[in-house]
Design a protein around this ligand. Structure first.
Ligand code: ACO
Length: 326
């Protein structure tokens, strides 16, 4: 097929910082516990008027300008999110209207923290087949809206943000070399929101029972993540015919510093070859990987021809990895 790669990239994080010291005032926790168990020092929290499409919009505008194209040239918009503005219309449709991307097809994709990689795989397939020329793929989440700030097991972990890329044809030899996507639905109960869907429609009972908040079995998710991050990355490398020693930059999902460290050990990579920003943002679900990549690009850590490995896991349970030559 046609070689497909990243033409432009952008990110957005709300201004408001929520520090560990502030969380100490809200739940029975402390900075030392949070930093040593998770690596997180602060996270960004959306302002009252901001919803997921607003975060996505800011990242999208930057990605379009860095790709040097206009919104009306887009053929496709995919927003990976588990915190859409509303059930429907999709966040992608809301964004399509706001951007003025009149000819773009638009849909949301639900794969939790793996959503951005799932979105890239989808969109690059359309382009590789010659169906579409330009696609906008966004990971955006406003996890603060589905977090129970009385539950210390979860509220220290999550933050809000968005990362966006424009993808399209690139010169031969560059672009996405492989995707590895997977799911294990049997692990779904370890990470979920039960209320508000067709199984448990919103009611006083679902609200009172806090079933509109993230419910998580941290230990089970941790065990799954520590294993699957390495497996998925190695599978993506194998499919791309790339050895782990050839990785210039690893962009892992930012859920827990100890999970990232386990991935580095498994791939035998030094920390300098890894993007780590969990200390400043926490876990932003689908936004973590694209925002981390955008930051690495802004900081001049990515050069043409570099081999980048991205890998994530999340609710579903799901996982996704990709090897990309920049
Ligand atoms: N402050 C102080 N103590 C705490 C806190 C806190 N914020 N949170 C939990 N504890 C306590 C627990 O209650 C427990 O106490 P107990 O032994 O008396 O019951 C103790 O700390 C140890 O708990 P563990 O679960 O063993 O702690 P662990 O080292 O596993 O760390 C953590 C917990 C950070 C949640 C870890 O399991 C983890 O990161 N798991 C993965 C979570 C994840 O990646 N989720 C992805 C979500 S992505 C998405 O799709 C939205």
């Amino acid at each position: 097929g046609i070689p497909v790669g990243v033409l432009g990239i952008g990110k957005y994080a709300p201004e408001r910082r929520l520090t560990n010291q502030e969380l100490e005032q809200v739940v029975d926790t402390n900075d030392e516990w949070i930093v040593s168990r998770t690596g997180i020092r602060e996270r960004r929290i959306a302002a009252g008027h901001e919803a997921t499409s607003d975060l996505a919009y800011e990242a999208a505008v930057k990605a379009l300008s860095s790709a040097n194209i206009t919104a009306d040239q887009l053929d496709l918009i995919i927003v990976a999110t588990i915190t859409p503005d509303m059930f429907f219309p999709s966040t992608a449709c809301i964004l399509q209207d706001r951007l003025g991307a009149k000819k773009a097809a638009a849909f949301d994709l639900s794969a939790a923290c793996s959503g951005f990689i799932y979105g890239l795989a989808n969109a690059s397939g359309f382009i590789a087949l010659g169906m579409y020329k330009y696609a906008l793929v966004i990971g955006a989440d406003t996890l603060s809206r589905i977090t129970d700030y009385t539950d210390r097991n979860t509220c220290v972990l999550f933050g809000d943000g968005a990362g966006a890329v424009v993808i399209g044809e690139v010169p031969e030899g560059r672009g996405f070399k492989s995707f590895e996507l997977g799911a294990d639905g049997s692990g779904g109960p370890h990470l979920r929101i039960q209320g508000g869907g067709s199984r448990q429609p919103s009611s006083e009972e679902t609200v009172g029972g806090k079933r509109h908040f993230i419910e998580m079995n941290g230990r089970e998710v941790f065990k799954f993540a520590a294993r699957i991050m390495g497996n998925a990355a190695e599978e993506a490398l194998r499919k791309a015919g790339v050895d782990k020693s050839e990785i210039d930059l690893l962009v892992p999902h930012q859920a827990n510093i100890r999970i990232i460290q386990a991935s580095l050990e498994r791939l035998e990579l030094p920390p300098e070859k890894c993007v780590i920003n969990i200390d400043r943002y926490g876990n932003m679900s689908a936004a973590s990987i694209p925002l981390a990549l955008a930051e690495a690009v802004e900081e001049g850590r990515v050069s043409e021809g570099d081999t980048i490995a991205m890998v994530g896991f999340g609710g579903g349970l799901t996982w996704g990895a990709s090897v990309l030559v920049w």
